[in-house]
Design a protein. Structure first.
Length: 259
């Protein structure tokens, strides 16, 4: 397939038939290849959260081929390290790029987020071109983070919100220095339609018995969308854009562990 005129235009037709593995939809690596990005992002630094399982692994696998410096977070660093070794060993194009670096962050703890942010700053040298807020949980039983948040919005939104705020100077400065756009990408979901943010009882403190796991997930995904929109409104004129996306109904990952 020739390089597309836009990243999405060539793929509309093949998404009309979604039969599962083996259908005509492109892989993440194919899209990187089609966009002529193999080895082309060697000057960029990319942060991805939640890279020890699920779509975070495939996102890493594809972006590794671009030659970018990858900073990856997970709760389970030994597991993430094995995944990094596998990605490097089985790279299709990138045989000499920088090895991705593993950073421990527990997104249900703001203390861990703050500690992880300091590690990211040290490893990145203050440079950050792309942040992909990918990690998340779904449909969990009612629970609270150590900071008192309902676990889904605490993990999926507030942790990423704080991480962005702590790292914000880096993508802004990187955009200014490079003359190219920096990006913050939040992995949301069409699940945002299940609930807006419940400002009257966001954490089910008033009425725990009324907790609905899908409302909890939905409000966290709405918050992801709002975060991206807010970043774009506030910082696009400074070279930092915000994007959110629905990754599709991918039921082969650990995200469905509570179903």
């Amino acid at each position: 397939m020739p390089a597309p005129t836009t990243p999405f235009q060539p793929y509309a037709a093949v998404h009309k038939q979604t039969n599962g593995p083996g259908d005509a939809r492109p892989s993440s690596l194919q899209i990187v290849e089609d966009c002529n990005l193999i080895g082309k992002l060697s000057s960029k630094t990319i942060l991805i959260t939640g890279c020890s399982a699920g779509i975070g692994v495939d996102t890493t696998r594809a972006l590794y081929e671009t030659g970018a410096k990858l900073l990856l977070t997970a709760r389970d660093v030994p597991k993430l390290t094995k995944i990094i070794d596998d990605i490097v060993a089985n790279a299709v194009h990138n045989k000499s790029g920088p090895k991705p670096e593993a950073i421990e962050i527990h997104l249900d703890s703001l203390e861990s987020v703050r500690k992880g942010a300091e590690t990211i700053k040290a490893k990145s040298g203050g440079k950050l071109n792309i942040m992909i807020a990918n990690a998340g949980v779904m449909a969990t039983p009612l629970g609270k983070t150590p900071d008192g948040f309902e676990s889904q919005i605490g993990t999926n939104h507030f942790a990423h919100f704080l991480l962005f705020q702590l790292l914000k100077p880096s993508p802004l400065n990187s955009a200014k220095e490079s003359g190219t756009l920096s990006r913050v990408i939040t992995v949301s979901s069409s699940g945002h339609r299940m609930s807006s943010v419940r400002f009257d009882d966001m954490f089910w403190d008033k009425d725990p018995a009324s907790y609905n796991k899908w409302s909890g997930y939905g409000q966290s995904k709405t918050a992801n969308v709002w975060m991206a929109n807010s970043i774009h409104r506030r910082y696009a004129d400074k070279g930092l854009i915000g994007l959110s996306l629905h990754p599709g109904a991918i039921m082969t990952t650990d995200l469905k562990r509570h179903l």
